[in-house]
Structures are given as C-alpha cells and as structure tokens.
Design a protein around this ligand. Structure first.
Ligand SMILES: Nc1ncnc2c1ncn2[C@@H]1O[C@H](COP(=O)(O)OP(=O)(O)OP(=O)(O)O)[C@@H](O)[C@H]1O
Length: 248
C-alpha cells in the first residue's frame, strides 16, 4: 500500500498554506508536527479530498483522491468534529455507519464492536452530552474506523486527553498502523515520540523533516524548537537580501 503526494500545493488568497509537498507513505503511524498555522490541517484536508489541490496530486495505490474508491478506504477525524449531544454513542455510530453505506444490521454490529475497542462499551447507551472530552474524542476515533479504513487521518486527536487516555489512544493507533497508513497531526512533541513511527515536520507550508526519530538522534523537542529559532535567522537573512539556505 502506498500513498503518494506529488508536489501538492494549496493557496488561500496570498497565503500558500501547503507548498509543493511530496511524500510516499506506507503502512505505519506518521506524526505530523508543526506550529499553529504551519499548514497541517490544510494538508490533511487535501489528503482527505475535502479541499482540492491547486496543483499536484494525491493518490492511494494509483487511485486518485477524487475517486469513490479512494474515499471508501478513508477514515477521518477532523479537528472540530461536530457531535450530536442528544444522540447516544451507539446511535451516533450507527448513524455515521449508514452515512458511510453500511447496511443497518451490519452497522449495529460494527458500532458495538468499536465502542468496545475504544473502551466505551458501558457508555454506548448514554447521551453524548454526558461524555467527557476524552470520551468524545474516542467516539470520534471510533467513527473514523467504521469502514475499516486503509488510510486513517486524525487531526489533533490527542487534544483534551488525559495521560491515561493518551496511553489508551496510543494502543488503538498502534493497532490501526499495523495494517494501514495512519497520519495524525499534533503540536505536542511527546505525542509523536510515543505514538508515531515516522515524523513529518511542517513549517510555513513546507516539509522540513521527514524520517524516523530514534533515541540516538537526541531530543526531538529541541530539534523542533531549533527549526523555529532558525526561522528568525532566515528571515533576517532574507530581509538583508541574501538567499536563505539550509531549509529543505
Ligand atoms: N479556509 C481558509 N481561508 C484562508 N486561509 C486559510 C484557510 N485555511 C487555512 N488558512 C491559512 O493557511 C495557513 C495554514 O493553516 P492550517 O489550519 O492548515 O494550519 P495548522 O498547521 O493546521 O494550524 P493549527 O494547528 O492552528 O490548526 C494559516 O495561515 C491559515 O490562516
């Protein structure tokens, strides 16, 4: 399985949010790290086909992002996921499953299975308005898994999770990453260290680091912060009319 991004670019008015990003991803967990405004959400939306690239292509095993077949293999948890507070967790999952085209009988079975998987088995009959932030987040992950996606995209999935829930979440994602491609965005470095096999680091719409982060390489947080110290330096160099270099 291979997800290929080829010079993917997206511009909003005069802001280039994603700037010629090329990637080849295989099964595993990828942590997309970047400061606020680096372009993470935009990149994830392009990979989900919610936004169209201005130029460049996204494809999974040769299927273009615009095709039904591509979408059928996709699971997505957006950053600002809208829940229905009056629905129970179970009803919500069944509803989402039918939207995704599962037959009703199948939807009920799958929903129950996923509630167990995300440790919400005993909360399935309770209304979502009674859930904690972490429970809602787990329900969001469950809905993203309904169609057994080959490509799972999670935008800031650990936001609002306490340490215990983070550990639970790590296990869940680790399982998903064994069979498919999981991309999760965060600006919390320790999330990446604990969950992801491969780090993707974005700054100003560009990919500035891609690869495994191993213990011998030192402190990922320090490296990450250094990129932003460099930014100031490069800006100064540009302002004085010199070419900036060194950035990938
Ligand atoms: N719909 C839009 N219209 C105009 N500008 C946008 C739009 N979406 C994103 N941008 C801009 O594109 C840039 C990248 O935004 P994006 O949301 O992708 O960053 P991010 O890394 O996900 O940040 P955050 O962690 O805050 O979500 C920002 O400067 C943002 O203001």
């Amino acid at each position: 399985m291979e997800l290929i991004l080829d010079r993917v670019t997206k511009q909003f008015r005069n802001k280039i949010a994603v700037d010629r990003i090329s990637l080849r991803l295989h099964p595993g967990v990828y942590g997309l790290l970047g400061a606020n405004g680096a372009g993470k959400t935009t990149l994830l939306r392009l990979i989900c086909g919610i936004l169209r690239c201005d130029s460049g292509t996204v494809s999974l095993d040769g299927l273009d992002v615009s095709t039904e077949e591509y979408r059928a293999g996709l699971g997505y948890l957006p950053q600002d996921f809208g829940y229905y507070p009056e629905f129970t967790g179970m009803d919500f999952l069944v509803y989402m499953a039918t939207l995704k085209g599962l037959a009703r009988s199948q939807a009920g079975r799958r929903a129950a299975e996923l509630l167990e998987l995300v440790s919400l088995g005993d909360m399935g009959r309770k209304k979502i308005k009674t859930y904690s932030g972490g429970m809602k987040q787990r329900l969001g992950i469950a809905q993203a898994l309904l169609n057994r996606p080959r490509l799972l995209i999670l935008d800031e999935p650990t936001a609002g999770l306490d340490p215990k829930e983070r550990a639970r979440f790590r296990n869940l994602i680790g399982e998903a990453g064994k069979e498919g491609i999981v991309i999760l965005s965060t600006h919390i470095v320790s999330d990446i260290e604990q969950i992801a096999d491969t780090v993707l680091m974005m700054k100003d719409g560009r990919l500035i680091f891609q690869g495994e982060w191993q213990e011998g390489q030192g402190d990922l947080e320090k490296f990450y912060l250094e990129q932003f110290e460099d930014e100031g330096l490069y800006q100064k160099m540009n302002e004085s009319g010199k070419e900036s270099g060194g950035n990938l």
